[in-house]
Design a protein around this ligand. Structure first.
Ligand code: HEC
Ligand code: HEC
Ligand code: HEC
Ligand code: HEC
Length: 220
């Protein structure tokens, strides 16, 4: 009985994980119910706003389908106490997020239209977070903009040998802090966020209770 109970509980946990997918989050732009501030009438696909199975952007990390502004100049975070090296602009693990969150590109600006055979449409924007052309505006709490001076630094080449207040890299992508590093080396938006899953709210990769997420990299 006990074993059966444990199995059942396991299955229940599994199924809870399975339903907490991107379609139930505000990143489902085909649904005004899931994403009341930002949706597109006339499209039923979910993944297509970020991924394409063909004709994806070859420079992207994961078959990216959203237009990314690689020429966009971002004002990077600076401070006197930064010890690690920072790239002049954010890398792929941030560019995809910023492509919508900096407010310069429409949420439905895609490489490859929802199919089949072009039968889908880009949809008509709705919701208070978007302007008439489908760009995120400062009316949305999720607007980040192009000035990143007020955001946690991104484009940082993680190197604890330059700052003793950080955990050393393990060289194993399954272990912290490496697990959180974009392309295995950078601190980017995807270090702290998983755009598919809102279990921990704000699309965090894990709970930040007790600042646990911060302490995966920072020692204090
Ligand atoms: C709002 C944008 C967005 C939507 C919608 C989205 N994804 Fe993603 N996806 C991303 C980003 C960004 C990455 C890259 C993550 C990284 O670099 O760590 C990614 C990565 C992936 C990966 C690579 C493995 C991983 O998890 O890192 C897979 C597989 C994937 N997505 C599948 C899907 C599927 C299937 C859907 C639809 C059900 C979907 N995604 C919807 C943004 C999105
Ligand atoms: C295709 C466009 C698009 C991409 C790509 C995208 N987002 Fe979003 N995101 C949005 C929109 C639109 C909203 C909803 C804004 C609103 O409701 O006002 C949103 C909401 C959010 C929120 C708020 C969640 C909440 O519960 O209110 C967070 C956090 C977020 N996104 C982070 C990210 C991160 C990090 C990435 C990259 C890994 C990313 N997004 C990629 C368009 C996008
Ligand atoms: C070091 C970790 C970390 C990085 C890197 C990071 N975020 Fe966040 N982000 C968070 C945390 C933690 C929250 C939740 C803040 C809260 O609860 O007040 C958050 C909240 C947000 C929100 C919700 C609105 C808000 O301001 O609270 C958005 C949108 C967002 N992040 C987007 C981004 C984007 C885009 C990037 C990359 C440019 C990024 N984040 C990089 C940790 C991070
Ligand atoms: C993926 C690793 C990682 C995570 C997770 C992370 N950080 Fe950071 N953080 C860094 C790195 C790397 C730097 C740049 C350090 C340097 O250059 O010396 C940094 C810089 C900072 C700075 C600026 C320090 C300065 O000298 O100007 C603050 C503040 C900060 N982080 C707070 C946080 C908080 C709060 C959280 C949790 C929400 C968090 N960080 C999560 C890696 C991380």
């Amino acid at each position: 009985m006990k074993i059966r109970g444990a199995v059942l509980l396991g299955l229940m946990i599994l199924s809870t994980v399975a339903v907490a997918g991107v379609k139930d989050t505000v990143h489902n732009f085909s649904s005004s119910a899931a994403s009341p501030n930002a949706f597109f009438w006339g499209t039923s696909q979910v993944c297509v706003f970020c991924h394409a199975v063909h004709n994806a952007d070859p420079s992207s990390q994961a078959l990216g389908n959203h237009e990314v502004n690689r020429g966009q100049l971002y004002t990077m975070y600076t401070s006197n106490t930064m010890d690690m090296n920072q790239t002049a602009s954010p890398n792929e693990g941030s560019l995809i997020c910023l492509s919508c969150h900096d407010g310069t590109i429409a949420v439905n600006s895609l490489n490859n239209l929802p199919g089949p055979e072009g039968a889908g449409t880009y949809g008509t924007p709705g919701g208070a977070g978007l302007d008439a052309s489908g760009r995120l505006t400062s009316a949305s709490h999720a607007f980040v903009g192009t000035d990143l001076r007020d955001d946690h630094p991104v484009g940082v080449l993680y190197d604890a040998t330059l700052d003793p207040n950080f955990h050393a890299k393990t060289g194993n992508s399954q272990l912290y802090p490496d697990k959180l590093l974009s392309e295995g080396i950078y601190v980017e938006c995807t270090s702290c966020h998983n755009p598919h899953d809102n279990t921990y709210s704000n699309f965090l990769v894990e709970s930040n209770s007790g600042s646990a997420l911060c302490l995966r990299c920072h020692i204090q």
